[in-house]
Each structure stands twice: as structure tokens, then as C-alpha cells.
Write a protein that binds this ligand. Structure first.
Ligand SMILES: [Zn+2]
Length: 257
């Protein structure tokens, strides 16, 4: 199964049991300041370039990808093989084999989740506001709902993609404390000692509380590494994607009821 597996041999492989990966700026056709694999259609880039870039990403996925446009809240949408258009959403879930989901971000974290019990997949956009409002819990609740409520996390695996790190994401002190009141693992400090938020660490901590069987976390910081789009570094820029393909219940029923 090309492009599949836990080996991490393929660039950006998310390390999940199904086809799942994270894109970078590399490849693609967009011009500055969106150079070059921008997949976001809401940031001012040429629409045809975005379409071509999305086709490039879909070719890697092997099927057309439904890309999420974040509402920066906890909105969940169930994407099926019949879905034509998507409203703003922060979580996409799918159970139909051959449906691919894409979470787009530039500093916020794209999070991909696979449920080994049901075969369901989710793509999540998680930034500061979404984390605070419970977007990770919303994604997990949606996955448990698809199981009919059975809530053992052991067969869940997740991959947290490239995002701004806790040493770079400086915020006002009161903002840090607000988020950390719900997610203590988010409390961080910059290299200069000022208040910061560690969003990926907080996501990992929350997933672990649900008992996820495995959590993969990218070491890349979008703000530090120019291989990635960074909204904070560049202002007007593109977005990268985390993509996960639903392969249905077959082949993923290891240990399921
Ligand atoms: Zn950083």
C-alpha cells in the first residue's frame, strides 16, 4: 500500500494506521506570498492555483480531499461520499471508505485521528480558541458517537502536525492564564521568559487523558521552520494541511468488539 504505514519513510507521514500525512510549502503552484503549496481558498490566493494545489494533495491521498475551513470553535461536520459543500467547521469526521479529510492551518495545529474500533477518521483544526472551547473533546465525542457511545480510547491513535511551539507562541499573560485554566499543559514561556502557550503539548495531554493508544507529535515549529506557512511570522500567507483517508471498517477491526 504505497504511502501507507507507520515507518515514517515518506516525507510528512503522520504515522497512523491509515494513509495520513502533513503537507509543507514545497511543491505547488502558488506565487508569493503564498508560495507554493497553499491549500486555503480564504487567504487571498489565486483560486485556480489553490485548485491545482488541492489536486496535488488529493493525488497524494489517492482520493479527493474535503478541506476544512475553520470556524475557530467546536463545530463538527460528518463528511460522506455524497458531501458536496462544507460549511465552516473545526472538526471533520468520516466513516465512508474513500473519503479523505483535510485540516488546514498555519501555526494552529492540524490533528488527525483514527479509530481502530470503527474505522472512523477525524481531521481537526486546533488553535488557541478552539482548544479553550473544547475542540479536541468535540472531535472525540463525535468519534464515540459514531461507535454508539462506547468510550474506550485504547484503539484511538492521533497525530499532531506541525504548529507553532510553546517557546514561540507569545501571548498576553491573561490570555495564557485563561487557556491554562482549562488546559494546564498549555502554560508555557518564551525563550525570553514571557507568557506563551504550548498548543501541541496541551493537545497531546488532552488526548492522553482520553487514553489514546498512540499519539504522534510533530517536532516541527511552523514559526521557526520556513518549510511551513506561519501566520504569525508572515501575516499574509498560505496554509498547509493535515490529510487523513478513511479506509472504512475493514482492515481496522483489530481487537474491536
Ligand atoms: Zn517555535
Amino acid at each position: 500500500m504505497p504511502g501507507h504505514g507507520r515507518s515514517g519513510l515518506h516525507p510528512g507521514d503522520a504515522g497512523l494506521p491509515v494513509t495520513a500525512f502533513f503537507t509543507t510549502r514545497a511543491e505547488g503552484v502558488s506565487l508569493a506570498p503564498y508560495e507554493s503549496l497553499n491549500v486555503a481558498d480564504h487567504v487571498g490566493d489565486d483560486a485556480h492555483a489553490v485548485q491545482r494545489n488541492r489536486r496535488i494533495v488529493s493525488e497524494r491521498a489517492g482520493v479527493p480531499v474535503a478541506f476544512l475551513n475553520a470556524a475557530h470553535g467546536i463545530a463538527v461536520e460528518h463528511v460522506t461520499a455524497q458531501t458536496q459543500t462544507l460549511p465552516l467547521a473545526d472538526v471533520l469526521v468520516a466513516t465512508d471508505a474513500g473519503v479523505a479529510l483535510g485540516a488546514i492551518a498555519a501555526d494552529c495545529a492540524p490533528v488527525l485521528i483514527h479509530d481502530g474500533a470503527s474505522g472512523a477518521v477525524a481531521a481537526v483544526h486546533c488553535g488557541r480558541e478552539g482548544l479553550y472551547r473544547g475542540v479536541i473533546d468535540a472531535a472525540i465525542a463525535a468519534i464515540f458517537d459514531l461507535r454508539g457511545g462506547w468510550s474506550d480510547g485504547a484503539l484511538l491513535t492521533a497525530s499532531i502536525g506541525p504548529s507553532i511551539c510553546g517557546r514561540c507562541y507569545e501571548v498576553p499573560l491573561d490570555m495564557r492564564e485563561r487557556v491554562a485554566s482549562r488546559h494546564p499543559a498549555a502554560r508555557a514561556s518564551t525563550r525570553q521568559g514571557t507568557a506563551a502557550l504550548d498548543i501541541p503539548r496541551a493537545i497531546e495531554s488532552r488526548l492522553a487523558e482520553f487514553g489514546f493508544g498512540e499519539i504522534v507529535r510533530s517536532a516541527a515549529c511552523t514559526y521557526e521552520d520556513e518549510l511551513y506557512f506561519s501566520h504569525r511570522r508572515e501575516g499574509v500567507t498560505g496554509r498547509q494541511a493535515g490529510v487523513i483517508v478513511c479506509e472504512g471498517p475493514t482492515g481496522s477491526a483489530r481487537g474491536a468488539r
